[in-house]
Ligand binder design. Structure first.
Ligand SMILES: CC(C)(COP(=O)(O)OP(=O)(O)OC[C@H]1O[C@@H](n2cnc3c(N)ncnc32)[C@H](O)[C@@H]1OP(=O)(O)O)[C@@H](O)C(=O)NCCC(=O)NCCS
Length: 188
């Protein structure tokens, strides 16, 4: 779905906008995807695995997310640059459509500026308004204390662990933690 633009101010005073992606964001989003993948091992892919995200694929992803009733993607723009993206996807099946999964990530130069918090606020607001959704789910990788602090700040709690979810190139295994937040809503 397409959401209204959210304008806000970073901790350092710069203006930022959270909004649904547009075609002119494709190159910036591809650049962010490749760079952020090399800045932390807490994200799923290595930079060379992002090459499949061609201009055309990214365009399809934007169109699919913007036209879907089951989800939304937001980009964060700071001074004309894509600082990061976040997504929410509601499960499509009758038995699981009360669950939505979220993901957030930013370029490292934008960490600690309050963007993650603004993204969580926006995603929770979308989930609150999305038909059927009763709980929001997410995963984070062992050691990602910044992400964990962000999620706990918004009321997520750990409900499980997937051992050895990641195996880094040099052989280190990392566990993945599963967190959920239950929504208080009327007329479930
Ligand atoms: C995780 C991530 C999305 C957080 O976004 P962010 O914009 O840096 O987060 P915020 O600035 O809104 O800070 C959120 C909270 O984290 C906590 N926090 C901030 N810096 C921290 C640090 N260095 N260590 C631990 N917690 C920290 C604070 O509680 C903060 O809340 P406060 O500002 O109200 O005190 C971002 O750092 C990121 O993209 N990291 C790399 C990719 C990634 O790990 N994505 C998540 C995958 S699960």
């Amino acid at each position: 779905m397409v959401v209204d633009d959210i304008n806000f101010t970073l901790k350092d005073g710069r203006a930022a906008t959270l909004r649904s992606p547009r075609e002119e964001d494709i190159e910036g989003t591809r650049a962010y995807l490749i760079k952020s993948s090399g800045e932390t091992h807490f994200l799923l892919r290595y930079p060379e695995e992002c090459k499949n995200f061609t201009y055309e694929l990214e365009k399809t992803i934007f169109n699919d997310m913007n036209s879907s009733a089951n989800g939304a993607m937001l980009v964060c723009e700071v001074e004309g640059k894509i600082a990061g993206t976040c997504t929410i996807t509601r499960d499509r099946w009758i038995k699981t459509r009360h669950r939505a999964n979220i993901a957030v990530a930013l370029l490292s130069e934008y960490w600690g500026q309050g963007i993650g918090s603004k993204m969580l606020e926006a995603l929770i607001d979308i989930a609150d308004k999305m038909q059927y959704v009763e709980q929001i789910e997410l995963e984070y990788i062992e050691g990602n204390s910044r992400a964990r602090a962000l999620y706990e700040k918004f009321g997520f709690r750990i409900v499980g662990v997937r051992p050895k979810a990641y195996r880094l190139k040099e052989g280190t295994y990392l566990n993945e933690y599963i967190m959920i937040k239950e929504l208080q809503r009327e007329g479930k």
